[in-house]
Design a protein around this ligand. Structure first.
Ligand code: F6R
Length: 241
C-alpha cells in the first residue's frame, strides 16, 4: 500500500486525477470503477479539464459505479446516476452505453443485483477502482458488520451512513434505507485501487482502516490485503496515522 499525503483537498484531487489519467493513457479501453460522494468531486472536475485540454479520451473507457440508492429514480437529483451525469459524464466523451450504474428503481432488485454482477464479471475485472470511505469504514455501501459482504447485493444502510449522507436529502427521514452495492470481492478483484479521503472527519477511520486490524467491522481495512493500493489523503485525513 502506497500512502501519499497532500497539503490540500485540491492537491489530493489532482494527484488522484493524474492516477486515473495515466491509467486511461496507458490503457485507453480501461474499465474504471467509480465512486460518488463529496470526496471525488474535485477529481472529476480536474479530469474534465484534462479531457478538454485533449490529454485524455474516454471514447473506449467503460465505467462501473460502486453503488446506487434503492427506490430512487436515476432522474432524481439525489440519485448517484444523476450525480455522475451532472458532475462527470455529461462533460466528457464517454459513450452512454459504456456507463454502468445499478438501477435503484428496478422492480426486481435481486434480479438487478444479479444482472449488474454478471455484467461486471463478463467485462471485468476493473482496472482501476476509485474509492471514498464512509465514517464507519464502508467502501461502496459495504457496511460495517460481522462478515465481509462478497458480491453485489442490497445493503441495509447503518445509522452512521444515514447520518453522514442525510446532508444530501431534505431530512434523514427522506433517505433511502437500502442501496445496491458491488461487494468486497468485486472491489478486491480490481487490478489497482485508489482510495481517497480528506478532512479531519475522516482521520479516525483512516487510521483504523490503514493501520488497525483487518476486520469486517471496518470494511476498508481489507484493502491492507490488496496487492496494489494507492491511498491519497489531505493532511487532515492523515493526521492520526
Ligand atoms: C459512494 C460510495 C461511498 C462514499 C463514502 C464517502 O459511491 O461508495 O462509499 O465513497 O460514503 O462519501 P463522501 O465522499 O461523501 O465522504
Amino acid at each position: 500500500m502506497k500512502i501519499i499525503i497532500t497539503d490540500s483537498y485540491k492537491e489530493m484531487s489532482e494527484r488522484a486525477g493524474n492516477v486515473v489519467a495515466s491509467q486511461i493513457i496507458l490503457k485507453p479501453d480501461s474499465i474504471l470503477g467509480l465512486a460518488t460522494g463529496s470526496t471525488p468531486l474535485e477529481m472529476y472536475r480536474y479530469l474534465i479539464e484534462l479531457y478538454k485540454k485533449g490529454v485524455i479520451d474516454f471514447q473506449n473507457i467503460t465505467t462501473f459505479n460502486l453503488d446506487e440508492y434503492h427506490r430512487i429514480s436515476p432522474s432524481s437529483p439525489q440519485s448517484y446516476a444523476y450525480y455522475m451525469m451532472e458532475n462527470f459524464f455529461n462533460h466528457i466523451n464517454i459513450p452512454k452505453e459504456n456507463i454502468n450504474i445499478p438501477n435503484g428503481d428496478a422492480i426486481d432488485v435481486d434480479e438487478e443485483c444479479r444482472e449488474y454482477a454478471k455484467k461486471l464479471e463478463s467485462l471485468g475485472p476493473i482496472d482501476l477502482q476509485v474509492l471514498g470511505i464512509g465514517p464507519n469504514g464502508h467502501i461502496g455501501f459495504n457496511e460495517s458488520s460481522d462478515h465481509f459482504p462478497v458480491g453485489t447485493h442490497l445493503a441495509k444502510l447503518t445509522g452512521d451512513t444515514l447520518e453522514a449522507n442525510s446532508r444530501f436529502f431534505d431530512s434523514i427521514d427522506d433517505m433511502p434505507r437500502t442501496a445496491i452495492t458491488i461487494g468486497i470481492r468485486d472491489i478486491m478483484l480490481s487490478k489497482k485501487i485508489l482510495l481517497l479521503a480528506n478532512g479531519i472527519g475522516k482521520a479516525d477511520i483512516i487510521a483504523k482502516a490503514l493501520k488497525g486490524k483487518v476486520t469486517p467491522r471496518v470494511p476498508a481495512s481489507i484493502l491492507q490485503l490488496h496487492h496494489d493500493v494507492i491511498v491519497i489523503l489531505d493532511k487532515e485525513a492523515a493526521s492520526k496515522l
